[in-house]
Design a binder for this molecule. Structure first.
Ligand code: 5AD
Ligand code: SF4
Length: 467
């Protein structure tokens, strides 16, 4: 019997990857994609617990889904509701108390067991938040449903979990200890993705540059893995996210200088510009350490575009400390950046401190920081006009004969191109810069170009997250 599955994904790109794998695991059991929850027999919410707001969204969505479930029941049919991801992991049984109509609660390490868990859920609600010692990656179907999707740009999770224990962060608790997949495992999956049409792969991990997967002769670093993957025929572009400054090694910086497929864009969260706050966050680097890393990256790759995450209103953040964050944001010319108000997460050390910053102060600081970051992003995009960028086209745009692709710096670029350009790179002369995208037309040199040259002029920075 065929059944319909609807997965709603919250949070980071790793959840996007996991959601695709859940669909892969369930496909051999008769599940195909539903267009909406209304159309589904099983709805999975793949959730995020990083900030309180993200977690609360899940409960409101569950409220809406329960109405649908009741309506379905009145018709004599059953709608299964499952909660996966980090809210599932963190809340476990507790989630069933708040939302007793949920059939299955699981953590991010459980999705390869979905068919079995669903069978058990037919009788009564199931909670599975174990951290099994065997890796879920070893239990995924080899030929995944991605063959049907064959995205030009796709994700590949190579590392999971985190051992850094930043004092604000739930990840070490929800995703567990750091784990790296083996080089062979990653390479095989990358080859399959390329055979299915992928031209760009973003390597994913909570702390991706801490990658240390087993290779033929000992462990591989992320840089070594990137060099290996860059040799795959047909794979034109590589990216990776998210990185920790402490794990940004010299060999990775060097790879940015000499691996043509490695795109000149890096998401490197700094969180704060104040050494006192960075210490309280247990980030294990100073603001100057961060500045030095940027200098080294730009020495290796002059057009390196930088993205970052910031937290404002971390416990104990004074006006003076926040001013240091503003100074760093002004100084570094970020291509883009994400900023958040500190959100106390139960069970994390920072949540216990009695120096919490009032909500209105956090809001004012967020607005001040975002104004600087928005200017920086606009300047970076504006600096693209008149330049010729190699754009990898991914999909049709809204208008006829318009295609949408990514610049090396991750910005979306609109151009009038034939649909045949999907999956191909072309040189595009940029004529317009907008807040979140660029527009241009094909240069005489189109159709085909290699990745951005090392000699490109250093821009002021900004761009769109490679998601
Ligand atoms: N409050 C606010 N922001 C947070 N982040 C992680 N934990 C919290 C928290 N408790 C932000 C960090 C991280 C990004 C993914 O989310 O900036 O880099
Ligand atoms: Fe969380 Fe990233 Fe810090 Fe790990 S390095 S604890 S994932 S913020």
């Amino acid at each position: 019997m065929t059944k319909k599955l609807y997965v709603k994904t919250y949070g980071c790109q790793m959840n996007v990857y996991d959601s695709e794998r859940m669909a892969d695991v369930l496909a051999p059991h008769g599940y195909s994609a539903a267009q909406s929850p209304e159309d589904a027999d099983l709805v999975i919410l793949n959730t995020c617990h990083i900030r309180e707001k993200a977690a609360e969204k899940v409960y409101s969505e569950l409220g809406r889904l329960n109405i649908l479930k009741q309506a379905r029941q009145a018709e004599g049919r059953r709608l299964y509701l499952a909660v996966g991801g980090c809210v599932g992991q963190a809340e476990g049984e507790e989630l069933l108390h708040r939302a007793p109509f949920v059939d299955l609660v699981m953590g991010p390490q459980s999705y390869h067991r979905l068919p079995d868990l669903l069978r058990r859920a037919e009788k009564s609600a199931v909670v599975d938040t174990e951290f099994p010692s065997e890796s879920k990656f070893n239990h995924l179907p080899e030929e995944s449903g991605r063959a049907g999707g064959s995205s030009v740009s796709t994700f590949l999770t190579i590392q999971e979990g985190c051992d850094r224990f930043c004092t604000f962060c739930v990840v070490p608790y929800t995703r567990g200890a750091e784990f790296s997949r083996s080089v062979t495992d990653v390479e095989n999956e990358a080859r399959r993705l390329v055979a299915c049409g992928a031209r760009e792969i973003t390597l994913l991990g909570q702390n991706v540059n801490a990658y240390h997967g087993a290779g033929e002769a000992g462990e591989f670093s992320l840089a070594q893995l990137i060099r290996r993957l860059a040799g795959i025929d047909g794979l034109e572009r590589l990216r990776y996210t998210t990185s920790h400054p402490r794990d940004l090694s010299a060999d990775l910086i060097a790879a940015h200088g000499d691996v043509a497929a490695l795109m000149p864009f890096l998401h490197l969260p700094v969180q704060s510009g104040s050494d006192i706050i960075l210490k309280a966050m247990n980030r294990q680097h100073s603001a100057d350490d961060y500045r030095r890393l940027i200098e080294k990256l730009r020495a290796a790759r002059p057009d390196m575009a930088l993205s970052s995450d910031f937290i404002v209103g971390f416990p104990g953040e004074t006006d003076a400390a926040f001013d240091e964050t503003l100074a760093l944001a002004r100084e570094i010319d970020f291509a883009q950046a994400f900023s958040f108000k500190y959100s106390a997460r139960p069970g994390t050390p920072a949540a216990e401190t009695d120096t919490q910053v009032p909500e209105d102060v956090k809001s004012a600081r967020l607005a001040a920081l975002q104004a600087i970051l928005a200017r920086s992003q606009a300047a970076f995009n504006a600096s693209m006009t008149g330049r010729t960028l190699p754009v990898l086209f991914e999909r049709p745009g809204r208008h006829a004969n318009q295609m949408l692709g990514r610049s090396p710096y991750g910005q979306w670029v609109h151009a009038d191109m034939a649909p045949e350009y999907r999956g191909r790179c072309a040189d595009i002369i940029i004529t317009e810069a907008h807040t979140n995208s660029l527009a241009g037309h094909a240069a005489a040199s189109a159709p085909r170009v290699a990745a951005a040259g090392k000699t490109a002029p250093a821009p002021a920075f900004d761009e769109g997250r490679p998601a």
